[in-house]
Design a protein around this ligand. Sequence first.
Ligand code: HEC
Ligand code: HEC
Ligand code: HEC
Ligand code: HEC
Length: 302
Amino acid sequence: MKSYNRRGLTHWVGTAAVALTVAGVLAVFGSPTASAGIKETKHNLGSQQAGLNNEGTAANEFSGTGEICVFCHTPHGADTQAKIPLWNRVATASPAYATYNSLGTLSLDGGTAAVGSTSMACLSCHDGTQAMNTVANAPGSGLDGNAAWAAGIDTGAGWSGSHQSAGKMTGLAAVAADASGLKNDHPVGIQYAGGPNANGVPATGTYPKANFTDPDFKDASSAVLGGSQVWWVETGTTGRQKTDLPLYARTATVTFTDGSTSEVVNQPFVECASCHDPHSEKATFLRTENTNSAVCLACHDK
Ligand code: HEC
Ligand code: HEC
Ligand code: HEC
Ligand code: HEC
């Protein structure tokens, strides 16, 4: 009996030690749900299963499919108008949002290109003008079995959640839905650091302050990957990481909203996805935590 008690106690202490070790590991690496991914975010629009974290939070949800990626990506027959991976969405027809530069602040240096690139991708839902299941390729084989999907386009059938109306986004998340459009939002489609001065943009490596029109910005980095020059702003360890803030190049010549045109080959621009990763489980889909405004200070030298 005595030894049984001893074993019992030892067992309990051992379990406690394991529990403490697990707690220690979690403290270092974050809770298990921190790497749960997109299925536990508001970007899971498919019908929910018990336990997913937007269940019961009034987030938008469509009962016509349990898939997640299909609202944004398709393995075949993707949209090729913008450089967005296997993009399944249809761009909003002729969006003419007012952009931030039309506010006319005296300090703005960079040129603003027409809304495009990955920002266009976000706005295909976030301007609230079309149903969120308006896609190039519905789930499943051809049109078979997709009656529920088709019925939900613009009618709202199958949609629930208090931040949508007939499947179209409403509320604060519909960033371009009010009359101000993007005029009251952080600039997107804008040249990084005011665009290059007479020193131009280097073909590879660091884009330094000495080349900026507006020197109140941090150096940007670039590398040639898969034949394309990719751009980012560092948020920690040197080298391109998932938590860095990507900048996006436009096509050869861009017409700015003031009517001037400029060769912008491989020049970095800020877009919605510079600050947000649509798959991130971090708060408000930010690429990195915004404690002490770390997101803002990654770019702005203030
Ligand atoms: C709400 C829209 C949305 C959903 C849902 C979504 N994605 Fe994406 N995804 C995007 C956008 C936008 C980009 C481009 C982001 C960028 O430019 O950095 C992207 C990029 C990617 C990329 C390439 C870049 C990277 O981050 O690796 C992969 C791979 C990817 N998505 C996979 C998936 C998979 C798998 C799913 C489903 C589990 C999914 N996505 C769901 C919007 C979405
Ligand atoms: C398929 C439609 C769709 C696309 C495309 C999409 N989103 Fe969303 N997004 C949603 C929905 C739905 C919500 C939840 C809205 C709500 O509940 O108010 C949301 C919420 C958000 C939120 C707020 C999260 C929060 O915690 O409140 C952010 C930030 C966001 N999206 C950014 C983006 C960005 C950036 C892109 C492009 C890279 C993008 N989204 C593309 C549908 C979409
Ligand atoms: C320069 C960085 C930056 C850019 C560019 C940016 N955002 Fe955000 N966005 C943020 C930050 C930071 C927050 C979180 C604010 C907070 O938590 O208080 C946010 C919040 C949001 C929210 C949640 C708003 C709410 O009140 O619930 C949505 C939706 C969103 N962004 C969508 C977008 C879309 C769409 C674009 C492109 C048109 C975009 N963002 C461009 C930094 C940015
Ligand atoms: C990815 C880089 C990046 C991030 C992150 C970023 N900004 Fe910016 N921001 C810019 C660029 C580029 C401009 C345009 C500057 C110019 O052309 O003068 C800008 C413009 C602004 C302006 C308007 C300046 C003017 O002269 O009218 C304000 C204010 C601002 N950002 C605040 C913020 C805040 C607050 C955050 C964090 C929530 C933030 N920014 C995050 C790149 C960034």
